[in-house]
Design a protein around this ligand. Sequence first.
Ligand SMILES: [Zn+2]
Length: 496
Amino acid sequence: MTIERMEDVHGEEFKFDKSNIPMRGHGTTVYLTTDKQHAVSFFSEEMKKNINVTRLKNIVFAYRDKIFKAPGGDFFKQIFSWPEFLINENNVLATVSPVYPSCFFFEDDPSNMRKSVCSGALKEPHWFASAVNFKNYVPLKERGTLLGYLNVCLNLSRGVKKLHQFDLIPGDLSFGSFLMDPSNGSVIIRKIAHLATKEFPLYHIQEDPEFAAPERLKSLQADDSSTPRTKEHDRHSLSTLIYHVLLRRHPLLGSPVFYPEADGNRSVLPADKPLFIENPDHPYKRLVLSPGNEKYMPWIDARDLPSSVLGPHLGALFFRAFTDGLVDPSQRPEPGDWIDALVKTRDMLHPCSNPECPTGSFVFNLETRACPYCGARVEDPVPYLEFHTMSGDKYIDESRSLFIPGNLSLYPWHLDKNTVPNEFLPPEKTKAAGYFSFHNGKWCFVNQTVSDLCYYKGKSKPRSVPINQMAELEEDLVFFSPAQPVPYRLIVRISS
Ligand SMILES: [Zn+2]
């Protein structure tokens, strides 16, 4: 045992055992402190040449305070692995961060036959976002459901949005930039020390070309370091990550494993003429199913599982990101666009009746009424709510719906258009307003907290649903809470 002690720039002492085998990161060597509460990341000599210490200090102290001490800051303590301390003495430069929560490590299961592959490993996105890795290596109990993957993308988008609010640009936004746990939908964004700031843009950075925007890829391939990475580049990377995580293939390549010319070689990414694999004008870009690869269905065939299976909100954003957005950076969806689409898509989930289903739930489609991942059909009537607002005596369709079997609770943001589920929501607004229940062969809504909840049908006079009372759902019934700033009219529909 070789215990070494070091102090950060404010005199905080850290001890670690230098005889342990360190982990290696992005130009760093990482030791755990002896109390196993922190990870000390030492920058290599090569990295130190390119690191501006003032930028690093700003990130560790000034920006950390700006984000975490602002309203809603506590929420982001779970989203970012943000360095808390900086060591800069005796030619040593290191950051000190809290260790990752245990949910971001695969369980070390001795019965796991593939122990050497991912047991105990970090839950890096490539395990879940590649059809091959997911099918072959991720244990069943770690696979999560579609809801978990939507929440992963939601939390990732929230993190990127927060960074952009402070003009912070990730040096790289790729599978290496975060860890994910689809079991509970959580994410932790790392490599914070490599953020570019407004004062110190980054030019010489390592980026994963698979997630680089086409114009960025061109400059990377030409070794042109005259332009810094920008928010527009991030928007392409974020769109690519969301597509990859939700559909388990690359939007421009599919999975390289199944792209014959690519053969796993990232240098063949089409920087000059990038094309969305689902672009109907260029069907040759669709992946061809090779013999023996059927077990990776439905993920690997965009014809069998187009992004439209994720519903209209996400489907529209994917097309914008990978058609117009490929050539015109101003067309790329922003993190806030993804947040809005993901929140609305969560409301459209329906549980799958097939216990073998790889996703457990799916975005309900009124026409097909079937799970696109396993084919299981929904035979029972499906109640859902359509969201409208009122303008005068006219209903305005908000193009939004909530499918009740997959969303058994109603939340404050379903009653008021001005309430958005985000980090600023006070705790009382995160509690369910009520719940849906299948009772004596009928669907009912039980009001738990809404003091002025009403319902009516047609031209009938509104009737109230007192707290702890229930109302039976029937076609065309309209629920609303008039005291809300912009109350939604929730129209009951029954699809059969
Ligand atoms: Zn299914």
